[in-house]
Design a binder for this molecule. Structure first.
Ligand code: HEC
Length: 492
């Protein structure tokens, strides 16, 4: 039945783990459906506390006594735009569009009714924590699609507590002069740790504690003052930890910014250096990785790392230990029943969104089972249009409109078959208050279509969004290389 099935037994435990990669045989109406997603199977011993690490980086805690017999669970994960699309996982709650922070399916392998006696804890990885997210339960509809219902708030974790603390410190101390998306009295702080001297954390502490003293020795901030006209206020009382917390908050907020295209506003250009002739300002491009680092395309053959008793710590600590890397987040929640779960936020009302008019005209063949999807890779959402006439599709979701993040790039995907022949049409657009998109159908094969989705690049838009950010790196002349990158360090 399933090719590539393999079996392993972990000697350290009294149970064994099956892990195989194949597609279930459940029929489904759409080409893009949950059977396209790889399943992970794990056998649960009811007499042990178990912590499961999934291939894509989730942690699932199942306590002793959660089940009263040995059960085999099936787990599927969808954290990237590619996964969501492959799985045809429409992100709507009673037709209200959602943006997704990740979805997970956990159920008895044979899909038999199985009710856990204790709640199960799940932690899924995310590049950024969006505090608007809630957890929704999936309700499978007859056509195989899922309606996401019963939103519940996510519990506070050490990580979300840090983000909240950072938000309030920023609001109390910095917000009057700084924003992330525009210059105010002071420069936009978007990406600031990647420019000027700020990749060195000590330089940031010194600057915030005493801008005037820092500036006296530093060309970069002198130039900033030329531009902004004032010297920044000093915050001698903020501790280094509090500054770290503010930076963790800012880094996380950057990930949640609506704009998907870098607008260049924070690139710092400097005139020929006059104070110090051999200071170099180097412009570089650096990819901004938008995906969790713990994603594997295929299941690695060594499964032992997925499976641990609760005594041993996970290989990668996804909680706590906040680093600057925008890949250290996690959404944690508890489930009381099995099935699909989705960490989402309602798109409507999020900052940057607008209720838009969106219609799609599909040209070419007349196809009966035509489906038209629209999605915004930046926000991980998937909506389906309703057909009117032969070839018009409307996205009348929230009070007749489709909430979209203005200015962000969306992709339209149309597909359907005529006889044996599959047709697809694709197009992209930038969200405006009103738009009509035309797509032309072209013949293709199922394999080529799924390949396109798996590759995560349609219409030249990479779902992985490894967009380049520009930053200025800089060497200071009056310090030796051991202190390079730490200009302005104040010595007494
Ligand atoms: C009263 C206004 C004001 C406040 C409040 C303020 N800043 Fe600034 N900040 C500035 C100005 C103006 C500059 C530009 C440099 C200069 O002219 O001193 C600046 C520059 C910076 C820079 C360098 C930015 C770059 O583009 O390289 C950082 C980092 C920074 N501020 C962080 C903070 C943080 C963190 C806080 C809150 C703890 C804060 N600032 C509060 C006005 C302010």
């Amino acid at each position: 039945m399933c090719p590539g099935k393999y079996y392993l037994s972990t000697l350290a435990f009294l149970f064994s783990l099956f892990l195989f990669s194949c597609q279930a045989e459940k029929p489904n109406t759409s080409l893009l459906n949950a059977n396209n997603l790889t399943s992970f199977y794990v056998r649960i011993d009811p007499a042990q506390d178990m912590k499961i690490r999934t291939p894509k980086g989730a942690t699932i805690n199942i306590r002793k006594g959660t089940f009263d017999k040995v059960v085999e669970l099936e787990i599927k994960e969808a954290y990237t735009m590619s996964d969501i699309l492959l799985g045809g996982l429409i992100t709507e709650s009673n037709s209200e569009p959602l943006i997704s922070g990740g979805m997970v399916y956990i159920n008895a392998k044979d899909r038999q009714q199985l009710v856990p006696k204790l709640p199960i804890n799940i932690s899924i990885p995310t590049a950024y924590v969006n505090t608007d997210m809630q957890v929704f339960k999936g309700e499978e509809k007859e056509d195989g699609t899922i309606n996401w219902v019963n939103p519940d708030t996510l519990p506070v974790t050490p990580q979300t507590a840090v983000l909240e603390e950072g938000r309030s410190l920023f609001q109390q101390n910095c917000q009057t002069c700084h924003a992330l998306d525009k210059n105010l009295t002071g420069p936009s702080l978007r990406g600031f740790t990647q420019r000027g001297p700020w990749r060195n954390r000590q330089a940031v502490y010194n600057w915030i504690h005493n801008p005037a003293a820092f500036m006296a020795r530093d060309r970069y901030t002198q130039d900033l003052k030329q531009q902004y006209g004032v010297v920044m206020q000093a915050f001698p009382a903020l501790t280094n930890r509090q500054i770290d917390v503010v930076i963790a908050y800012l880094n996380n907020e950057e990930g949640n910014l609506a704009a998907d295209e870098y607008d260049g506003s924070y690139t710092y250009t400097t005139p020929v250096n006059q104070l110090c002739t051999d200071t170099q300002y180097i412009f570089r491009e650096q990819p901004l990785n938008d995906e969790p680092t713990t994603t594997f395309d295929t299941l690695p053959s060594d499964t032992s790392s997925y499976f641990e008793s609760t005594e041993s710590a996970p290989a990668v600590d996804l909680r706590g230990g906040f680093t600057d890397k925008p890949t250290s987040g996690a959404y944690e929640f508890e489930i009381k029943t099995l099935g699909w779960y989705n960490v989402d936020a309602y798109m409507k009302g999020l900052p940057g969104t607008f209720p838009c008019v969106l219609s799609v005209q599909v040209n070419g063949e007349t196809i009966v089972d035509l489906k038209v999807y629209v999605f915004f890779p930046r926000h991980k959402d998937l909506s389906v249009g309703s057909q009117r006439g032969n070839n018009w599709f409307y996205f009348e979701k929230s009070e007749g409109k489709m909430p979209m993040f203005l200015g962000t790039k969306g992709i339209v995907l149309a597909f359907g078959s005529k006889g044996e022949q599959l047709y697809i049409g694709k197009g992209s657009f930038y969200a405006k208050p009103s738009q009509q998109i035309k797509v032309d159908l072209q013949p293709t094969t199922e394999e080529a279509f799924l390949q396109l989705v798996k590759k995560g690049n349609i219409e030249g838009i990479d779902f992985k969004l490894n967009k380049a950010i520009k930053y200025v790196s800089y060497n200071l002349c009056d310090q030796d290389t051991s202190k390079a990158g730490a200009p302005g360090a104040i010595t007494n």
